[in-house]
Ligand binder design. Sequence first.
Ligand code: KG4
Ligand code: ZN
Length: 333
Amino acid sequence: MLVLGLESSCDETGLALYDTERGLLAHALHSQIAMHREYGGVVPELASRDHIRRALPLLEQVLDQSNRALADVDAIAFTQGPGLAGALLVGASIANGLALALRKPVIGIHHLEGHLLSPLLVDAPPAFPFVALLVSGGHTQLMRVTDVGQYETLGETLDDAAGEAFDKTAKLLGLGYPGGPEVSRLAEFGTPGAVVLPRPMLHSGDLDFSFSGLKTAVLTAVRKLGANVCEQDKADIARGFVDAAVDVLAAKAIAALKQTRLKRLVVAGGVGANRQLREALNAAAKRRGFAVHYPDLALCTDNGAMIALAGALRLARWPEQAQHAYAFTVKPR
Ligand code: KG4
Ligand code: ZN
């Protein structure tokens, strides 16, 4: 089965072709980061319009790359939510229009399920069951993943998401958007221990997270330096923030493995691209004897490949989940 995947929930237009026998055949992505940068964040209306401009050329690109014709597509998967309503509607409209024209099944995919399953898009994918640490711009969750469609939330953030904390810290430090990679880079120049920030809920005894206090601690540290803040100070704060965030994420992921007695951890979502987090988890895995799996760096952030995969896995198991192309809807929340 050849599945076309379409992701348009936020600021990335992603198209991909996934073959249930051969794996990922092609994926193409257009990031709107440069367009939104001057506004310091995603402007929803601009995002929707850009998805319209990009989606079909990207579709042609993945067809070309994989040497396939549109008529070869057996099913279409699109991101149904959560995300920006207008942006989701662009993807949903295109996916359902194509499905109607091609007379092929179409399925709406939960964006987070896409992230959750993205580590399976490698040559040697982890077997079920596993613990998933889902860390994106909108979500921070620990899940027990027993099989496709069998997800149990073990813990989640009570306020900000990890990626959001990275982005807000970047803003406070005067760095660009999106902040995660920039904070991570700057932190490399920071002196360990120069700025020590709180590790919220580290000892809460559950698997929940909280990042809003950490963001406030960054704000306080920045204010304390006032106008005298120099580049080294900023790097020290970035380092303090990354160390605190990574400590909490790693500790809770390890606690989730203990609680579930599982030996496999899968990390997904944009913050899963973070170098410091990967280093901490790799070291812990070695020390404690568990396996840790990540998607390819290019598939950590939003992409069409994870949506195509989720659609393929769902339709293979539950063909009845295919939806009616004339009555589609999106679920921004
Ligand atoms: O999964 P994603 O692309 O979109 C959502 O579904 O939210 O995640 C985007 C988030 C942003 O907050 C971004 O700053 C963060 O992931 N991010 C990173 C890194 N790369 C992306 N955070 C820390 N380090 C990174 N290298
Ligand atoms: Zn995402």
